[in-house]
Design a protein around this ligand. Sequence first.
Ligand SMILES: Nc1ncnc2c1ncn2[C@@H]1O[C@H](COP(=O)(O)OP(=O)(O)O)[C@@H](O)[C@H]1O
Ligand SMILES: [Mg+2]
Length: 307
Amino acid sequence: MSGAITQGELLSFIAAMGMMYGPMKRLIKTNNIIQKAVGAAERVFALLDTEVDIVDAGDAVELPRCKGDVTFEHVDFGYDNELVLKDFNVDVHAGQMIALVGASGAGKSTLIGLLARFYDPQHGVIRIDGQDISQVTQKSLKQQIALVDQETFLFHDTLYSNIRYSNPQASDTQVEDAARMAFADEFIKQMPQGYNTVIGDRGVRLSGGQRQRICIARAILRDAPILLLDEATSALDTESEAVVQKALANLMRERTTFVIAHRLSTIMHADEILVLDDGKLVERGTHKQLLSAAGVYQRLHDMQFRD
Ligand SMILES: Nc1ncnc2c1ncn2[C@@H]1O[C@H](COP(=O)(O)OP(=O)(O)O)[C@@H](O)[C@H]1O
Ligand SMILES: [Mg+2]
C-alpha cells in the first residue's frame, strides 16, 4: 500500500513462499532422521569401543584339528565375586557324549561357556587334547567347536547364506547335504524359492523347530570335533522335538558332545552323565549306575525329566 514494492513483486513473493513451504518441511524432517541416526551411531560406537575381555596370549599357538579330549583341572569361576564353579575337575574322552544335568542355576551353561572360552576361569586350566585353551589362538579354538543354543540366531538373508554362515567356503551341495542330515531339507524345498528364500529378521517366518534345525544344519556343516548343545530342544513341542532329536543324533556322531538335556531319552543314551549341584560335580556315571546310587541324580530324575 505504501508502494515500496509493486503488486507483481508481492504476488511473486507470496508464490515463492508457498513453493518454499514443502522443501522446508522436508528439511525439518531430515533433521529428525539425522538426530535419530546420531543417537543410534552413538550406541554402535559404544559397542565397537567395548574392551575385549578375552585376548589371545602373546605366544598363543594354533590348535590343530583336535581329537576332542577335554579336561577341566581345578577350575574356579565366578561372574563376579561369588564363585559359580568351585574346584571343578573332569576329564572326557574324545567322541563321548556327555550329558550335563542339575538344577537350574547349577552352572551347566557356565561350564559350556568356559569351554568355548567366552570367559576365562579365575583359577585352574581347561584343556583340549592336553592343550591349555588359554594358550591357543581364539580363532583356532573356535574352529574346533560348534554350539547349538536355545537362542537360534538367524539373519535376514537366504537359507543358503544362513546355513553357510558356519563355513563360508562350503558349496551349495554341501549346504544341501547338511540340511538333509538336519531334517531341514524337506521344509526348505517347500518354501517359495527353496534355499534362496529370504527368511525374515531372526527367522520370524519359520517355526521354532525349523529354526532349530537350520542351526543344527549349520553345526553339521561346521564339522567341528567338539559339539556343545545347550537346552537345544527345551522350547519345542513334542512333535518338532522328535525331528530335532533325530537331527541331533546325526550331528553328534563321532564328536565329543556336551549336552544339557531335559529329555530322559537323550540323557539315557549318554556315555556319561555329569551331575552338577551348586557349581560342583557331585555324581558321574551312566543312567543305570546313578539311579542305583539313589542320590541327587535320582531325585532330579523323579522330579524333572520328562519323556
Ligand atoms: N552372565 C552372568 N552374569 C552373572 N551371573 C550369571 C551369569 N550367567 C549365569 N550367572 C549365574 O551363574 C549361576 C549358574 O548359571 P548357569 O550356568 O546359567 O546355570 P544352569 O545353566 O545350570 O541353569 C547362576 O547362579 C546364575 O545366576
Ligand atoms: Mg543354562
